[in-house]
Design a protein around this ligand. Structure first.
Ligand code: PHE
Length: 488
């Protein structure tokens, strides 16, 4: 209807000067006209120009008086010819209106405020306020003094009115042509295609958002860490086995078979297959010997080392299991220095809480070369951690069965204003390296840390279950920023 009115009017007339007046004359809602204008303008049926006007609209109070009448008139009408006491009159009126009603009626000299009685001074009054409010409501103009008075009483407020003036546009037609978006088989068969008008491509229309994959924060941080290791000249170790034998996870690392970490309370052992079939048979006796009676300058642990214990399959508890396999392989060839790293999943049979899960990721780095010292380890750690943005480091003596000396790594967190533990490190023991067959003067410096900890700090996540597992909010994964390690 609105569209027909606009196009029809322009067929016979040069222009529509004011969309507001046009709508009012035809009793069409102005918003409806505006929508039609926008659409017609888009297809260039019309040329439109903005017009703006300051108008007045009724406040809520103004709207009430436009229907119920002004308070002063309500008060006037409530006074009987013989007059009325203030108390009685008050009862007849809405309490919120009484004060203004009295003030206005007195100002208009309609009533006499006697000591005992309130009485009428005139016989009849007109509700000018109500009439004016109705006129404003209908969009009609009223005098400037009246506007001032209504505004002072907060019955009206200014509002900018927006409308359009219109002329025929380059594509003007008295009726909108139906444009089609697709050419169909039916169009061809019926011959209709000859008369069809096609919708133009809109190259600036926004397309559907693409639903691509989104990287999990752990993966983003992992790929950054990988970059750091690669920049430092490290090679990645193959970590694609979650199932490991106790041998590589513990025994090869000179971890005694009675060690509490080898208990099922701390480690997930496999039921099927419960044991491994393959261990390097030349190497196993050397591991047995170093555990039982030592060698290479060590006294060993002096206990009966059992093959069955070493055969047990488990879910690897640290990626150092991978490092031990790799170092053994390295020892089978003429020695060449190596820098290795890995970032992958490990499993521990732990109580789950806000900072612990039964599975997490470890980042591990190692350097294997002749004549390395603790200073080399400290130097590499400073290099590595400063690339993560951690420049202040402290080391604390620690214990690992497979490293000596061992150091916990602490970094000063500027945000938390305290030292936080960020990793563990050490020099692999000769009891681990020599039975593998590495030359006596070869040392290995190594360190490990979790991937979850820095990721949680970077992404401001304080409950690990919000980072990993079924409770993770996929919306957040889509919105999470890229990882910027080392950049504040
Ligand atoms: N494997 C150790 C851990 O689980 C980390 C570590 C790696 C320590 C290498 C020293 C050397 O925490």
């Amino acid at each position: 209807m609105a569209e027909e009115a606009v196009l029809g009017f322009l067929e016979k007339n040069e222009e529509i000067r004011d969309s507001g007046e046009f709508a009012a004359e035809r009793s069409i809602d102005h918003n409806e006209i505006v929508n039609v204008i926008k659409s017609l303008h888009g297809f260039r049926y019309v040329d439109a120009e903005d017009i703006k006007r300051e108008t007045w609209v009724l406040t809520d109070e103004g709207k009430t008086y436009a229907t119920t009448g002004s308070p002063e008139v309500q008060l006037f009408l409530a006074i009987p010819p013989e007059g009325i006491s203030k108390e009685d009159l008050q009862k007849k009126l809405d309490p919120s209106l009484f004060k203004i009603a009295c003030a206005q009626a007195a100002k208009n000299k309609w009533v006499e405020m006697g000591k005992q009685l309130i009485s009428k001074k005139v016989e009849h009054v007109d509700d000018k306020v109500k009439d004016l409010l109705i006129q404003v409501q209908q969009g009609r103009n009223i005098g400037s003094d009246e506007i001032k008075a209504l505004k002072a009483r907060k019955l009206i407020v200014p509002q900018t009115w927006k409308g359009y003036s219109l002329k025929k546009g380059p594509n003007y037609a008295p009726k909108r042509k139906k444009v089609v978006t697709d050419l169909t088989r039916d169009n061809f068969q019926s011959g209709e295609w000859k008369d069809l008008e096609f919708k133009e491509y809109n190259y600036s229309a926004k397309g559907q958002p693409l639903e691509g994959g989104n990287l999990h924060p752990l993966l983003k941080v992992r790929s950054q860490l990988k970059q750091i290791f690669l920049c430092m000249g490290f090679e990645e170790m193959p970590t694609n086995n979650f199932v490991e034998s106790s041998f590589w996870n513990f025994d090869a690392l000179f971890q005694p078979q009675q060690h509490p970490a080898r208990d099922s309370h701390d480690t997930f052992f496999l039921e099927t297959p419960s044991t491994t079939k393959e261990l390097p048979e030349d190497y196993v006796p050397r591991v047995k010997q170093v555990h039982e009676s030592g060698g290479y300058g060590s006294r060993g642990y002096a206990y009966d080392w059992k093959r069955e214990e070493a055969n047990k399959n488990l879910l690897r508890t640290h990626t150092t299991a991978v490092s031990s396999r790799m170092l053994y392989q390295l020892a089978q060839k003429p020695f060449a220095p190596k820098k290795y790293f890995s970032i992958d999943r490990v499993f521990r049979n732990e109580a789950v809480d806000r900072t612990h899960l039964a599975e997490f990721h470890q980042i591990e780095g190692l350097v294997c070369d002749r004549g390395l010292t603790l200073c080399d380890l400290i130097g590499v750690l400073h290099d590595f951690f400063s690339r993560l943005g951690m420049t202040k480091l402290k080391f604390k003596p620690a214990y690992n069965p497979y490293t000596e000396p061992s150091m916990e790594i602490f970094s000063y967190h500027e945000g938390f204003k305290k030292w936080v533990e960020v990793g563990n490190s050490g020099m692999f023991r000769p009891e681990m390296l020599q039975p593998m067959g590495l030359p006596e003067d070869v040392q290995v410096i190594a360190w490990g840390l979790s991937l979850e900890r820095p990721t949680m700090i970077l992404y401001g996540i304080d409950n690990i279950r919000d980072l990993f597992g079924h409770k993770v909010d996929l919306g957040l994964i889509k919105k999470n920023p890229i990882c910027r390690l080392g950049i504040d």
